[in-house]
Design a protein around this ligand. Structure first.
Ligand code: PMP
Length: 419
């Protein structure tokens, strides 16, 4: 199969065109160890702009009540704001209908929902599930649990030395027993953007549904679930300038309707007797109990904020930062970038000869620079490169080239201390 590169190619844009958005983030004014905070860990959690903080405060101070059923003012307004947030997400990912958007507690919860709701109903002993080497643990472990329970098998798509999936190998994994595919859209450990549209199309030729872990894609590139034609798509609010504790699962309505509920309880039912319970319609069938109402409304505000800037603009700006940082880091002797895919988001995983990543993270922190060190919940990626861990700088649209310069100076300083 021919892979068509659909990613947006970098072009020169005015770096300072995004500078005004930086001021929207109060936390970026902090000093850490007497140095201005340089936050380069947005792949773990992005920061929150003032409008989202204000939205949460407004909800708590003037709109909060439990949603659904009650007829009084506050409950009606909370319900309508909660459903309004669902509608914002529907528009953001171009789902066909609001009911295809389910609020969850995050990407991990969304994937577990699909494993329990789809996997436990439709995947049997001897069936095969395709995953990739690049998956985050949250798109590995639930499927391993299912495989253990059912006797299904997991097949893995390998990667090359740049951190790109081997598409020929992916296609060769398909056979009559293949029943499900789980794919990471963008690797959190390496930044690789996978050619998921083509991979989904190939799976569909074999009538196999595909779940996309979009935790690292939705914050950085435009996602259109109808164009991708994925069956499921998951991401978390806290990586898109929203609060923790909430995320979403997109599912095609027909898939969601065929699935069994994941959690039982209030709101997910149509009627309950001790003899028999019937379930509510989607999306409510999958939203048992009181949902994270405030967080979902904050999620909606974050989506509004990002949409105002524009995801294409964000992607282009971040690519410019990535290219700038890649060039500078490659100039430092003894520093090696792990993950050099042609299509990447602004994630720089690197190792430094003779220095443990944790020491790099600790010393950079003394300079006020926040990078993540470790296996990034992607141990199979580390195993593939035969390393225990990397240091990872991940950029967002509120970062700038001065911060990249500070990172580079910081790494050089760490080398001086150790070498
Ligand atoms: N998938 C990927 C690619 C991620 O980067 C993360 C978060 N690091 C997750 C899944 C899990 O997200 P959450 O912890 O919000 O459930």
């Amino acid at each position: 199969m021919k892979i068509i590169d659909t990613s947006i190619q970098p072009r020169k844009i005015q770096t300072n065109s995004m500078e005004k958005f930086r001021a929207d983030f109060p936390i970026l004014k902090l000093k850490i160890n007497d140095k201005p905070l340089i936050y380069l860990d947005s792949a773990a959690s992005s920061q929150m702009p003032q409008v989202v903080i204000d939205r949460l405060v407004h909800y708590q101070t003037a709109q909060h009540a439990n949603i659904n059923r009650a007829v009084y003012y506050l409950s009606e307004i909370a319900t309508s704001e909660y459903e309004g947030a669902r509608h914002k997400l529907q528009k953001f990912i171009n789902a066909r209908e609001d009911r295809e958007v389910i609020f969850t507690s995050g990407t991990t919860d969304s994937i577990n929902l699909v494993m329990h709701g789809y996997g436990r109903k439709f995947i049997k002993a001897g069936d095969e599930i395709i995953l990739t080497t690049l998956e985050h643990h949250s798109n590995i472990v639930p499927w391993q649990m299912l495989a253990e329970e059912t006797g299904a098998k997991i097949r893995i798509v390998p990667i090359n030395d740049k951190g790109e999936l081997l598409i020929d190998a992916y296609e060769k994994l398909f056979n009559k027993r293949t029943k499900f595919v789980g794919l990471i859209h963008v690797s959190n450990a390496l930044g690789t953007i996978n050619p998921i549209k083509q991979m989904i199309a190939f799976a569909h030729l074999h009538h196999v549904p595909v779940l996309i872990d979009g935790a690292q894609a939705a914050p950085h590139i435009k996602v259109d679930v109808q164009d991708l034609d994925c069956d499921f798509y998951a991401f978390s609010a806290h990586k898109l300038c929203g609060p923790t504790g909430v995320g979403m699962l997109y599912g095609k309505a027909a898939q969601l309707e065929a699935m069994q509920p994941f959690k039982g309880g209030g709101d997910m039912i149509a009627s309950v007797t001790f003899e028999k319970t019937t379930y509510n319609v989607i999306p409510h069938k999958f939203e048992a109990g009181t949902p994270p109402i405030a967080a979902a409304i904050g999620f909606g505000a974050a989506i509004d904020y990002l949409s105002t800037i524009g995801m294409d603009k964000i992607h282009l700006y971040e690519l410019d930062l990535l290219n700038y940082a890649t060039e500078l880091i490659n100039d430092i002797p003894g520093v090696h970038i792990v993950g050099n895919a042609i299509n990447k988001t602004a994630v720089l995983s690197f190792v430094v000869d003779g220095i443990h990543p944790h020491d790099i993270g600790t010393l950079l922190n003394q300079e006020g620079i926040a990078v993540r060190t470790g296996h990034h919940c992607a141990q199979p990626v580390m195993q593939r490169f035969n390393i225990p861990a990397t240091s990872r700088a991940s950029f967002a649209f509120y970062n700038n080239k001065l911060e990249v310069d500070a990172l580079i100076a910081g790494i050089r300083k760490v080398q001086k201390v150790f070498l």
